[in-house]
Design a binder for this molecule. Structure first.
Ligand code: ASP
Length: 562
């Protein structure tokens, strides 16, 4: 079975499991409660004495006892790390004498603690403990897959870009690709925003949210929204970001995974290598090319885990998204989805058809592995190795183009994110009953373009920079709470759009540079053991020390260095 079919099955299993056996599933008994920071837990239903050992409690089991309908009895026990945390709290605040006594008593005789809560949203929300346990038991597979694929990103981008630039050997060409790429990125982002803003104005999804849903959403997601606003306040300004492109210490940038400085350093190093005597530069380029090839091989190996990884990741996302929030925000989500689809078909369809001169359907088929991994991980940065592989192997784009356009795209070109931010900003303003002038709408296009450039290619990044767009048009940033409930789901669709956008621009640049683009079909891919994401790792490993050069070994698929 082909890899992407396995990934599709993994996605299906993950989504289905999320609905059927996730924490919000109605098929499982809702036997536990999540507690917000402000939830109060009392020692009895009648009395108003707060239970000291419930300090910082995030969830508890429902014991089944109910007093006059509103009060519910819950129970929980303390792990050794919970006890240490509570002790730390007592140390920092000596006034907490009742907590201190309670800890001492608990340590002498550990027991299940019981308490009472008033069962009302948003302080208390019920869930199925089984579903939660299942997610806890499987999520590590998804996290392992993500960690393994992220492990490859920095060395792959760095080595591939240095080798790509060194093999170009022509600064004019580099400048030309750079200029055209940035122009294409900016134009597609503005088009995406225009589509999003127009749709949100025409359909008016904010007008469809009733007051009850609005109050519930604001109350439920208030805390998380506050965290996002704090994160946005800490974000660097545009000038700071521009200055950060030049790394003071390239090793530090690599250690921190800071993509733009890495791209800058790799470009400069590649240029310097082309200016040196070939005899001196060649060993460096060959070494980096060897590492690059090894990283590609690692991607092939890691992708074998993809079907299981995506299943675990999707199980977590779908399982933790409540159906009620999906219904309340259905119209908003539908507008974002429709906008993304329009942009995909119209904008990218035209770029690929007329710019790259490739059939759009076949193009989508070729980048399918990247699309599916991007959708499941919600991270264009983590998917980068797979996107690079798809463009090079399955579309035959030259390494000098992919190694430059794709890492840059994964960092600054996020059309899906921009479109979503446009719709979200207008939706929030509509729910608050605010009228946005034409100038406000133009401000949304301008700030969301920058906000999408500033967003990192990681899950939820677009939500943080959305706070800046809201502030720019005078909409309360706390309004983020209105859209937070479905953000993780929409993130999957906008990340997939971001990845298609980067790949579409890459193929157009490749065509403009005269690359011989060829689409490799799935059947060709299956037969071809030397190209394609799924097959290469099954090959016989080549000896570490290559035999003396023969006509055969000269013919391997290592890209030419010059
Ligand atoms: N998750 C998106 C990406 O990685 C960014 C975002 O919109 O949050 O492309």
């Amino acid at each position: 079975m082909q890899l992407y079919t396995k990934i599709l099955i993994g996605m299906f299993v993950g989504i289905l499991a999320g609905f059927l056996v996730g924490p919000n599933s109605s098929l499982l008994p809702q036997d536990a409660v999540k507690l917000s920071k402000s939830a109060k837990i009392y020692t009895s239903a009648a009395g108003q004495i707060e239970s000291p050992l419930a300090t910082g409690l995030k969830s508890a089991t429902i014991t089944g006892n109910k007093a006059d309908g509103d009060w519910v009895e819950i129970s929980w026990s303390l792990s050794s790390s919970d006890i240490l945390k509570l002790k730390k709290k007592v140390k920092s605040d000596p006034k907490l004498t009742s907590l201190k006594t309670a800890i001492t008593a608990y340590e002498k005789k550990p027991h299940t603690i019981t308490g009472w809560i008033v069962n009302q949203e948003p302080d208390v929300s019920p869930f199925a403990s089984w579903g939660s346990w299942l997610i806890g038991a499987t999520l590590w597979i998804g996290q392992l897959f993500l960690a393994l694929i992220k492990m490859v990103v920095i060395p792959l981008v760095f080595c591939s870009l240095v080798v790509g630039v060194a093999s170009l050997g022509d600064f004019k060409k580099l400048g030309r690709i750079g200029g055209r790429t940035l122009l294409a990125f900016t134009m597609t982002t503005v088009v995406a925003l225009t589509i999003g803003v127009s749709l949100a104005n025409i359909i008016n999804p904010g007008g469809l949210v009733n007051d009850e849903d609005k109050a519930a959403l604001l109350a439920n997601y208030q805390e998380d929204a506050g965290d996002k606003v704090d994160d946005a306040a800490d974000a660097p300004t545009l000038t700071e970001q521009l200055l950060r492109i030049v790394p003071k210490n390239p090793v530090k940038s690599m250690a921190e995974g800071d993509m733009l400085p890495i791209i800058f350093f790799a470009l400069m190093l590649g240029i310097a290598l082309t200016m040196m005597q070939v005899a001196r530069s060649r060993p460096v380029v060959e070494l980096l090319d060897g590492i690059n090839q090894a990283m590609v091989m690692l991607v092939h190996l890691v992708m074998k885990l993809a079907p299981y990884g995506v299943a675990a990741l999707l199980f977590d996302v779908v399982g933790n998204t409540g159906l009620s929030v999906l219904i309340a925000l259905g119209a908003y989500g539908a507008v974002v989805f429709a906008g993304l689809m329009l942009h995909l078909l119209l904008t990218y369809g035209s770029i690929v058809r007329f710019g790259a001169k490739l059939p759009f359907k076949d193009f989508l088929g070729a980048i399918k592995p990247a699309l599916l991994v991007g959708f499941s991980t919600s991270s264009s940065s983590a998917t980068l190795p797979v996107t690079m592989e798809c463009c090079e192997d399955r579309l035959n784009v030259s390494q000098s183009v992919t190694s430059f356009v794709l890492p840059l795209g994964a960092t600054v070109n996020m059309d899906g994110t921009a479109l979503y931010q446009g719709v979200a900003a207008i939706f929030i303003a509509q729910v608050y009953g605010m009228d946005l002038s034409m100038a406000d709408q133009a401000t949304i296009v301008g700030t969301a373009t920058l906000a999408s450039v500033g967003a990192a290619g990681v899950p939820g990044a677009g939500m943080i920079t959305l706070a800046m767009v809201l502030t720019a048009i005078g909409v309360p940033a706390e309004g983020l709470a209105l859209v937070l409930g479905v953000d993780r789901i929409l993130d999957m669709f906008r990340t997939a759009t971001n990845i298609v956008g980067d790949s579409a621009v890459t193929t157009m640049m490749a065509r403009l540079e005269g690359d011989d683009l060829q689409i490799m079909t799935d059947t060709q891919d299956e037969r071809n053991k030397r190209r394609g994401v799924e097959s290469r790792a099954d090959e016989e490993p080549s000896p570490v020390i290559a035999p003396a050069t023969t006509a055969e070994s000269e013919e391997d698929d290592t890209p030419a260095l010059s």
